[in-house]
Design a protein around this ligand. Structure first.
Ligand code: THU
Length: 163
């Protein structure tokens, strides 16, 4: 007999940073700060990501484009790969993501691309802990409590120990 199932995506919306915790405000500040390092001469779209690790370190990264377009990398993966290289296996607590165009932070928060979601999920499984994703726009902030909500049926060869 077939069974009908569904995924439930839990997230919160905030009007302003004042509604976030102080550690989240700091993480957002770091994501905004790293926008200046974006190398985006082709899209002129700057993205900053800041990753809070369980050891208290914050690792940030920005999008890095390339003349051979597909060779560039999104901010989320720059930050997560750097975190993984510097502090292997230290669980992620949270990632904040912010984007700007023409030096203005975008109104509606951007959400990570599919390839970044795949990478984000694997770091969740390596750390064996859910972590939150904070997507920041001028007009609103969206917070997803567990990165796994962003990619149902994701592939992973690293077992999800939280199940
Ligand atoms: N980009 C990111 O860095 N993160 C995202 O979540 C979406 C897109 C980058 C890729 C490219 O450098 C620029 O934004 C425009 O697509």
């Amino acid at each position: 007999m077939s069974q009908s199932k569904e995924f439930v995506v839990k997230y919160s919306e905030f009007q302003s940073e004042g509604e976030l915790s102080s550690s989240e405000v700091e993480l957002v500040r770091r994501a905004k700060q790293v926008l200046t390092t974006s190398y985006s001469p082709y899209s002129h779209f700057r993205v900053g990501a800041a990753v809070l690790l369980e050891n208290g370190e914050i690792i940030s990264g920005s999008n890095q484009e390339n003349g051979a377009y597909p060779s560039g990398l999104c901010a989320e993966r720059v930050a997560l790969f750097y975190a993984g290289a510097k502090y292997p296996k230290v669980p992620v607590v949270s990632i904040a993501i912010v984007a700007s165009y023409m030096d203005e932070i975008v109104q509606t928060p951007i959400s990570p691309c599919g390839a970044c979601r795949q990478v984000m999920i694997e770091y969740r499984n390596i750390g064996a802990k859910p972590y939150s994703v904070i997507m920041v726009g001028q007009g609103k902030i969206v917070k997803v409590e567990d990165v796994r909500f962003l990619l149902p049926f994701s592939f992973s060869n690293v077992e999800d120990a939280t199940k």
